[in-house]
Ligand binder design. Sequence first.
Ligand SMILES: Nc1ncnc2c1ncn2[C@@H]1O[C@H](COP(=O)(O)OP(=O)(O)OP(=O)(O)O)[C@@H](O)[C@H]1O
Length: 316
Amino acid sequence: MSIEVRGVGKRFGTFVALDDVSVTVPTGGLTALLGPSGGGKSTLLRVIAGLEAPDTGDVLIDGAIATDVPVRKRNVGFVFQHYAAFKHLSVQRNVAFGLEIRRRPPAEIKEKVAELLHLVRLEQFADRLPAQLSGGQRQRMALARALAVEPRVLLLDEPFGALDAQVRKELREWLRRLHDEVHVTTVFVTHDQEEALEVADEIVVVNRGRVEQVGTPDQLYDHPANEFVMRFLGPATQLGDTLVRPHDIDVRLDGTGLPGRISRITRVGFEVRVTVEQGGDSVLVLLDRARADALGLAEGLSVGLVHAPATARVAT
Ligand SMILES: Nc1ncnc2c1ncn2[C@@H]1O[C@H](COP(=O)(O)OP(=O)(O)OP(=O)(O)O)[C@@H](O)[C@H]1O
Protein backbone atom coordinates (compact mmCIF):
# COMPACT_ATOMS: atom_id res chain seq x y z
CA MET A 1 0.00 0.00 0.00
CA SER A 2 1.59 3.29 -1.01
CA ILE A 3 1.07 6.46 1.01
CA GLU A 4 1.07 9.89 -0.53
CA VAL A 5 1.07 13.08 1.49
CA ARG A 6 0.11 16.07 -0.65
CA GLY A 7 0.65 19.64 0.45
CA VAL A 8 -0.17 18.94 4.08
CA GLY A 9 -0.18 21.86 6.51
CA LYS A 10 -0.92 21.71 10.23
CA ARG A 11 -0.93 24.47 12.83
CA PHE A 12 -1.36 24.33 16.57
CA GLY A 13 -2.61 27.83 17.35
CA THR A 14 -0.14 30.07 15.56
CA PHE A 15 2.61 27.45 15.60
CA VAL A 16 3.23 25.84 12.22
CA ALA A 17 3.93 22.14 12.88
CA LEU A 18 3.77 21.07 9.21
CA ASP A 19 4.32 23.49 6.36
CA ASP A 20 3.20 22.29 2.93
CA VAL A 21 4.62 18.78 3.28
CA SER A 22 4.53 16.46 0.28
CA VAL A 23 6.06 13.02 0.36
CA THR A 24 5.44 9.60 -1.16
CA VAL A 25 6.04 6.38 0.76
CA PRO A 26 6.52 3.46 -1.61
CA THR A 27 4.59 0.20 -1.26
CA GLY A 28 6.29 -2.42 0.86
CA GLY A 29 9.14 -0.13 1.90
CA LEU A 30 10.58 0.64 5.29
CA THR A 31 10.67 4.42 5.50
CA ALA A 32 12.13 6.52 8.32
CA LEU A 33 10.92 9.99 9.28
CA LEU A 34 14.12 11.42 10.68
CA GLY A 35 14.73 14.78 12.29
CA PRO A 36 15.37 16.75 15.45
CA SER A 37 12.94 16.93 18.34
CA GLY A 38 9.96 19.17 17.66
CA GLY A 39 10.50 19.11 13.89
CA GLY A 40 7.10 17.63 13.10
CA LYS A 41 7.80 13.90 12.59
CA SER A 42 5.16 12.65 15.01
CA THR A 43 2.61 15.13 13.71
CA LEU A 44 3.22 13.87 10.18
CA LEU A 45 2.85 10.25 11.32
CA ARG A 46 -0.36 11.12 13.18
CA VAL A 47 -1.76 12.82 10.08
CA ILE A 48 -0.97 9.71 8.02
CA ALA A 49 -2.67 7.58 10.67
CA GLY A 50 -5.74 9.80 10.76
CA LEU A 51 -5.24 10.67 14.44
CA GLU A 52 -4.73 14.30 13.47
CA ALA A 53 -6.63 16.12 10.71
CA PRO A 54 -4.50 18.32 8.43
CA ASP A 55 -5.55 21.97 7.96
CA THR A 56 -4.64 21.80 4.29
CA GLY A 57 -3.67 19.07 1.85
CA ASP A 58 -4.50 15.39 1.63
CA VAL A 59 -3.29 11.92 2.53
CA LEU A 60 -3.79 9.26 -0.10
CA ILE A 61 -3.58 5.61 0.81
CA ASP A 62 -3.15 3.41 -2.21
CA GLY A 63 -4.18 6.23 -4.51
CA ALA A 64 -7.47 7.01 -2.72
CA ILE A 65 -7.95 10.14 -0.62
CA ALA A 66 -8.01 9.01 3.01
CA THR A 67 -8.22 12.40 4.68
CA ASP A 68 -11.87 11.94 5.64
CA VAL A 69 -11.63 8.20 6.36
CA PRO A 70 -11.78 7.54 10.13
CA VAL A 71 -8.82 5.91 11.84
CA ARG A 72 -10.44 2.52 12.38
CA LYS A 73 -11.26 2.23 8.67
CA ARG A 74 -7.76 3.08 7.47
CA ASN A 75 -6.43 -0.32 8.44
CA VAL A 76 -3.21 0.98 9.91
CA GLY A 77 -1.28 -0.64 12.75
CA PHE A 78 0.48 1.52 15.35
CA VAL A 79 3.23 1.12 17.85
CA PHE A 80 4.22 4.00 20.11
CA GLN A 81 7.24 4.58 22.28
CA HIS A 82 5.49 3.90 25.57
CA TYR A 83 3.33 1.08 24.49
CA ALA A 84 0.26 0.46 26.61
CA ALA A 85 -0.43 -3.27 26.81
CA PHE A 86 -3.38 -4.77 28.63
CA LYS A 87 -1.65 -5.50 31.91
CA HIS A 88 -4.04 -8.20 33.07
CA LEU A 89 -3.93 -10.15 29.80
CA SER A 90 -1.23 -12.66 28.84
CA VAL A 91 1.05 -12.00 25.90
CA GLN A 92 -1.00 -14.24 23.63
CA ARG A 93 -4.28 -12.61 24.68
CA ASN A 94 -2.76 -9.19 24.00
CA VAL A 95 -1.74 -10.31 20.52
CA ALA A 96 -5.15 -11.91 19.94
CA PHE A 97 -7.07 -8.84 21.08
CA GLY A 98 -7.61 -7.19 17.70
CA LEU A 99 -8.74 -10.47 16.18
CA GLU A 100 -11.14 -11.18 19.06
CA ILE A 101 -12.90 -7.85 18.74
CA ARG A 102 -13.23 -8.54 15.03
CA ARG A 103 -14.89 -11.84 16.00
CA ARG A 104 -12.55 -14.07 14.01
CA PRO A 105 -13.14 -17.82 14.56
CA PRO A 106 -11.19 -19.18 17.59
CA ALA A 107 -9.21 -21.70 15.51
CA GLU A 108 -8.05 -18.97 13.16
CA ILE A 109 -7.08 -16.72 16.08
CA LYS A 110 -5.08 -19.51 17.69
CA GLU A 111 -3.17 -20.24 14.51
CA LYS A 112 -2.52 -16.58 13.74
CA VAL A 113 -1.30 -15.81 17.27
CA ALA A 114 1.08 -18.79 17.21
CA GLU A 115 2.43 -17.64 13.87
CA LEU A 116 2.95 -14.07 15.13
CA LEU A 117 4.58 -15.13 18.39
CA HIS A 118 6.97 -17.22 16.33
CA LEU A 119 7.65 -14.25 14.05
CA VAL A 120 8.57 -11.99 16.98
CA ARG A 121 10.37 -14.83 18.82
CA LEU A 122 8.13 -14.81 21.86
CA GLU A 123 6.70 -18.34 21.67
CA GLN A 124 7.99 -19.32 25.07
CA PHE A 125 6.51 -16.20 26.69
CA ALA A 126 2.95 -16.71 25.43
CA ASP A 127 1.46 -17.16 28.91
CA ARG A 128 3.35 -14.42 30.69
CA LEU A 129 1.89 -11.08 31.65
CA PRO A 130 3.39 -7.96 30.01
CA ALA A 131 4.97 -6.94 33.33
CA GLN A 132 7.01 -10.16 33.22
CA LEU A 133 8.69 -9.19 29.93
CA SER A 134 11.76 -7.03 29.29
CA GLY A 135 11.28 -3.68 27.52
CA GLY A 136 12.49 -5.12 24.21
CA GLN A 137 10.19 -8.13 24.50
CA ARG A 138 7.26 -5.82 25.23
CA GLN A 139 7.95 -3.81 22.08
CA ARG A 140 8.09 -7.05 20.07
CA MET A 141 4.73 -8.01 21.57
CA ALA A 142 3.42 -4.58 20.54
CA LEU A 143 4.57 -5.21 16.97
CA ALA A 144 2.93 -8.64 16.93
CA ARG A 145 -0.28 -7.08 18.19
CA ALA A 146 -0.18 -4.39 15.52
CA LEU A 147 0.51 -6.98 12.80
CA ALA A 148 -2.25 -9.36 13.96
CA VAL A 149 -5.02 -7.56 12.11
CA GLU A 150 -2.95 -7.51 8.90
CA PRO A 151 -2.75 -3.75 8.56
CA ARG A 152 -2.13 -2.26 5.16
CA VAL A 153 0.30 0.15 6.76
CA LEU A 154 2.39 -0.08 9.93
CA LEU A 155 3.24 3.18 11.70
CA LEU A 156 5.84 3.19 14.45
CA ASP A 157 6.54 6.28 16.57
CA GLU A 158 9.98 5.93 18.15
CA PRO A 159 9.16 2.28 18.89
CA PHE A 160 12.49 1.63 20.57
CA GLY A 161 13.02 5.10 21.98
CA ALA A 162 12.67 4.22 25.64
CA LEU A 163 15.08 1.28 25.55
CA ASP A 164 18.78 1.14 26.31
CA ALA A 165 21.32 1.40 23.49
CA GLN A 166 22.15 -2.32 23.23
CA VAL A 167 18.51 -3.44 23.14
CA ARG A 168 17.69 -0.71 20.62
CA LYS A 169 20.44 -1.99 18.36
CA GLU A 170 19.19 -5.58 18.57
CA LEU A 171 15.60 -4.54 17.94
CA ARG A 172 16.41 -2.45 14.91
CA GLU A 173 18.26 -5.34 13.28
CA TRP A 174 15.32 -7.49 14.17
CA LEU A 175 12.83 -4.96 12.71
CA ARG A 176 14.77 -4.99 9.46
CA ARG A 177 14.59 -8.80 9.28
CA LEU A 178 10.91 -8.81 10.25
CA HIS A 179 10.17 -6.31 7.53
CA ASP A 180 12.03 -8.42 4.98
CA GLU A 181 9.72 -11.31 5.91
CA VAL A 182 6.42 -9.44 6.13
CA HIS A 183 6.84 -6.57 3.62
CA VAL A 184 4.09 -4.42 5.04
CA THR A 185 4.52 -0.74 4.11
CA THR A 186 6.11 0.67 7.26
CA VAL A 187 6.87 4.21 8.41
CA PHE A 188 8.85 4.77 11.59
CA VAL A 189 9.78 7.95 13.40
CA THR A 190 13.25 8.36 14.82
CA HIS A 191 15.57 11.19 15.84
CA ASP A 192 18.54 8.82 15.70
CA GLN A 193 20.37 9.11 12.38
CA GLU A 194 22.25 5.86 12.88
CA GLU A 195 18.96 4.02 13.38
CA ALA A 196 17.56 5.51 10.17
CA LEU A 197 20.73 4.86 8.15
CA GLU A 198 20.94 1.27 9.33
CA VAL A 199 17.32 0.20 9.03
CA ALA A 200 15.47 2.25 6.43
CA ASP A 201 15.11 1.75 2.68
CA GLU A 202 14.29 5.40 2.41
CA ILE A 203 14.69 8.37 4.75
CA VAL A 204 12.55 11.50 4.88
CA VAL A 205 14.40 14.26 6.74
CA VAL A 206 11.87 16.45 8.56
CA ASN A 207 12.91 19.72 10.18
CA ARG A 208 10.89 22.72 11.33
CA GLY A 209 7.74 21.38 9.72
CA ARG A 210 9.31 20.88 6.32
CA VAL A 211 10.83 18.04 4.35
CA GLU A 212 14.52 18.82 3.86
CA GLN A 213 15.34 15.81 1.67
CA VAL A 214 14.09 12.35 0.72
CA GLY A 215 16.38 9.56 -0.41
CA THR A 216 18.06 6.27 0.32
CA PRO A 217 20.55 6.26 3.20
CA ASP A 218 23.45 6.37 0.72
CA GLN A 219 21.96 9.22 -1.28
CA LEU A 220 21.45 11.31 1.83
CA TYR A 221 24.81 10.53 3.33
CA ASP A 222 26.82 11.01 0.14
CA HIS A 223 24.76 13.75 -1.51
CA PRO A 224 23.14 15.86 1.22
CA ALA A 225 20.95 18.57 -0.29
CA ASN A 226 21.96 21.20 2.22
CA GLU A 227 23.94 22.00 5.33
CA PHE A 228 21.20 20.81 7.68
CA VAL A 229 21.07 17.31 6.15
CA MET A 230 24.86 17.14 5.97
CA ARG A 231 25.21 17.92 9.67
CA PHE A 232 22.26 15.83 10.82
CA LEU A 233 23.35 12.62 9.10
CA GLY A 234 26.90 12.50 10.35
CA PRO A 235 29.88 14.49 11.53
CA ALA A 236 30.79 17.49 9.41
CA THR A 237 33.64 19.98 9.53
CA GLN A 238 34.44 23.21 7.69
CA LEU A 239 37.37 22.96 5.26
CA GLY A 240 37.99 26.23 3.42
CA ASP A 241 34.63 27.26 1.97
CA THR A 242 33.17 23.75 2.04
CA LEU A 243 31.51 21.55 4.65
CA VAL A 244 32.88 18.01 4.43
CA ARG A 245 32.99 14.76 6.41
CA PRO A 246 36.01 14.51 8.75
CA HIS A 247 36.91 11.03 7.44
CA ASP A 248 36.94 12.30 3.84
CA ILE A 249 39.91 14.58 4.56
CA ASP A 250 43.44 13.36 4.05
CA VAL A 251 46.56 14.79 5.64
CA ARG A 252 49.55 15.54 3.38
CA LEU A 253 53.16 16.24 4.33
CA ASP A 254 54.42 17.00 0.80
CA GLY A 255 53.45 20.66 0.69
CA THR A 256 50.12 20.07 -1.12
CA GLY A 257 46.65 20.84 0.23
CA LEU A 258 45.31 23.67 2.38
CA PRO A 259 48.02 24.53 4.89
CA GLY A 260 47.41 24.18 8.63
CA ARG A 261 48.95 23.16 11.92
CA ILE A 262 47.95 20.23 14.14
CA SER A 263 46.67 21.50 17.51
CA ARG A 264 45.46 18.26 19.01
CA ILE A 265 45.56 14.50 18.46
CA THR A 266 43.26 12.08 20.30
CA ARG A 267 43.33 8.33 19.87
CA VAL A 268 40.02 6.57 20.45
CA GLY A 269 40.47 2.86 19.78
CA PHE A 270 40.84 2.33 16.07
CA GLU A 271 40.25 5.97 15.24
CA VAL A 272 42.63 8.92 15.45
CA ARG A 273 41.02 12.39 15.74
CA VAL A 274 43.25 15.16 14.53
CA THR A 275 42.36 18.84 14.97
CA VAL A 276 44.06 21.13 12.50
CA GLU A 277 44.00 24.94 12.71
CA GLN A 278 43.45 26.02 9.15
CA GLY A 279 42.62 29.52 7.91
CA GLY A 280 40.82 30.48 11.13
CA ASP A 281 38.88 27.19 11.43
CA SER A 282 39.53 24.20 13.67
CA VAL A 283 39.19 21.38 11.16
CA LEU A 284 38.46 17.88 12.48
CA VAL A 285 40.11 15.06 10.55
CA LEU A 286 39.42 11.37 11.28
CA LEU A 287 42.08 8.90 10.25
CA ASP A 288 42.48 5.25 10.97
CA ARG A 289 45.38 4.33 13.19
CA ALA A 290 47.51 2.82 10.41
CA ARG A 291 47.30 6.00 8.31
CA ALA A 292 48.06 8.27 11.28
CA ASP A 293 51.03 6.11 12.32
CA ALA A 294 52.40 5.97 8.76
CA LEU A 295 52.34 9.77 8.61
CA GLY A 296 53.98 10.13 12.03
CA LEU A 297 51.61 12.94 13.03
CA ALA A 298 52.36 15.03 16.11
CA GLU A 299 50.89 18.13 17.73
CA GLY A 300 52.48 21.31 16.32
CA LEU A 301 53.28 19.72 12.94
CA SER A 302 52.52 21.71 9.76
CA VAL A 303 50.38 19.73 7.33
CA GLY A 304 48.26 20.11 4.19
CA LEU A 305 44.58 19.07 4.07
CA VAL A 306 42.95 17.57 0.98
CA HIS A 307 39.33 16.57 0.56
CA ALA A 308 38.74 13.22 -1.15
CA PRO A 309 36.99 13.70 -4.52
CA ALA A 310 33.40 12.50 -5.08
CA THR A 311 32.42 12.44 -1.41
CA ALA A 312 29.82 14.45 0.46
CA ARG A 313 30.28 18.20 0.47
CA VAL A 314 28.11 21.26 0.85
CA ALA A 315 29.23 24.79 -0.03
CA THR A 316 28.83 27.23 2.87
N1 LIG B 1 -1.51 18.85 20.16
C1 LIG B 1 -0.58 19.80 20.08
N2 LIG B 1 -0.83 21.06 20.51
C2 LIG B 1 0.11 22.03 20.41
N3 LIG B 1 1.33 21.86 19.89
C3 LIG B 1 1.64 20.64 19.44
C4 LIG B 1 0.71 19.55 19.52
N4 LIG B 1 1.31 18.46 18.98
C5 LIG B 1 2.54 18.85 18.60
N5 LIG B 1 2.74 20.15 18.87
C6 LIG B 1 3.97 20.93 18.56
O1 LIG B 1 4.32 20.72 17.21
C7 LIG B 1 5.72 20.58 17.07
C8 LIG B 1 6.04 19.31 16.34
O2 LIG B 1 5.77 18.22 17.22
P1 LIG B 1 6.06 16.71 16.81
O3 LIG B 1 5.69 15.86 17.96
O4 LIG B 1 5.45 16.44 15.51
O5 LIG B 1 7.64 16.74 16.63
P2 LIG B 1 8.63 15.55 16.51
O6 LIG B 1 9.52 15.88 15.36
O7 LIG B 1 7.93 14.26 16.47
O8 LIG B 1 9.45 15.69 17.85
P3 LIG B 1 9.80 14.60 18.98
O9 LIG B 1 10.90 13.76 18.41
O10 LIG B 1 10.24 15.46 20.12
O11 LIG B 1 8.53 13.86 19.26
C9 LIG B 1 6.31 20.69 18.46
O12 LIG B 1 6.83 21.98 18.64
C10 LIG B 1 5.14 20.43 19.38
O13 LIG B 1 5.28 21.12 20.58
